[in-house]
Design a protein around this ligand. Structure first.
Ligand SMILES: [Zn+2]
Ligand SMILES: [Zn+2]
Length: 179
């Protein structure tokens, strides 16, 4: 899976030339793409709409510098109450594409411009969105979660199990820490 952007005009026009590309992933067959299903540790995010992006490419001589922004509509499960919910995510995009293999200060290879003067922005989109994605998604900041004793969704109603977790429960001490 790749999303190829043709940089021929920016390359042909020489140093200083720039081009801004606006698009989305609607025309791309993303069925098997990592962009439809983003994994962040144990958290799973599903894209519910095409990812929108706007990227400027600037010819810097030995490399092409890209900067821009992306927006994704995602669905995931609340870590407190487990219900699925939708949310929007904005990410800023920064990347440098080289004609020849090159490494950054950490020894990581920069992405390459291929022989047909195209670059693949799929890894850029995926990594930028994962940087912004929440580690512990919550459907609402006031989510009451599930009763640790009976499992009832406390957003819907108070439970009648007594609600106070007994001290033998593994999460009983956690409750004191949070308060
Ligand atoms: Zn929730
Ligand atoms: Zn309960």
């Amino acid at each position: 899976m790749s999303i190829l952007i043709d940089l021929r005009s920016v390359i042909d026009e020489g140093v200083g030339a720039s081009s801004t590309i606006k698009g989305n992933t609607a025309s791309v067959d993303t069925k098997d793409s990592d962009l439809v299903n983003l994994e962040l540790g144990a958290i799973h995010f599903c894209c519910t709409a095409p990812i929108e992006y706007e990227i400027s490419f600037i010819n810097a001589g030995e490399c092409i510098q890209a900067s821009g922004k992306a927006h994704a509509d995602l669905s995931t499960a609340c870590v407190r109450c487990l219900r699925d919910f939708d949310f929007g995510l904005d990410a800023s995009l920064e990347e440098t594409y080289f004609f020849k293999p090159s490494e950054d200060e950490h020894g990581e290879p920069y992405p390459l411009i291929d022989e047909s003067e195209k670059v693949d922005i799929e890894p850029l989109l995926r990594e930028a969105l994962l940087v912004e994605a929440p580690f512990a998604p919550i459907h609402d900041v006031d989510c009451q979660g599930l009763c640790v004793k009976c499992g009832k969704d406390l957003n819907e109603d108070d439970c009648d199990c007594g609600n106070e977790p007994d001290d033998s429960h593994p999460f009983a001490q956690l409750k004191d820490l949070v308060q």
